[in-house]
Design a protein around this ligand. Structure first.
Ligand SMILES: [Cu+2]
Length: 105
């Protein structure tokens, strides 16, 4: 009985996506270090350009709003606060292959 309850808890813990505790994302080799990240609504995520080329962060909400954070030179860090719950697409407008998802819950 007790073991059964532990197993259920273990399965639940595995199924629910963990909210990230390290709220930083690295851009290197024109790739984001995370493909999907789960945060709390209101969390601020920092994006670190560890590449030798300029990047951009554009955050697109499910409703179609887009926040363009401008050009981000090598070594630069920009931050974005995901204020509302929802799924966001984060892209680099310079390198179309660079994309990730942020789920704010
Ligand atoms: Cu880029």
């Amino acid at each position: 009985m007790k073991l059964h309850r532990l197993l259920v808890l273990a399965v639940l813990a595995y199924a629910v996506p963990a909210v990230a505790s390290d709220l930083s994302v690295t851009q290197s080799n024109q790739t984001f270090s995370s493909a999907v990240m789960t945060v709390h609504a209101g969390d601020k995520v920092s994006f670190h350009n560890n590449d030798t080329v300029t990047h951009n962060i554009t955050v697109k909400s499910a409703s179609g709003d887009a926040d363009d954070l401008g050009l981000q030179k090598p070594g630069g860090v920009v931050s974005y606060q995901f204020e509302s719950k929802g799924a966001y697409r984060v892209v680099c407008s310079i390198h179309p292959r660079m994309k990730m998802m942020v789920n704010a819950e």
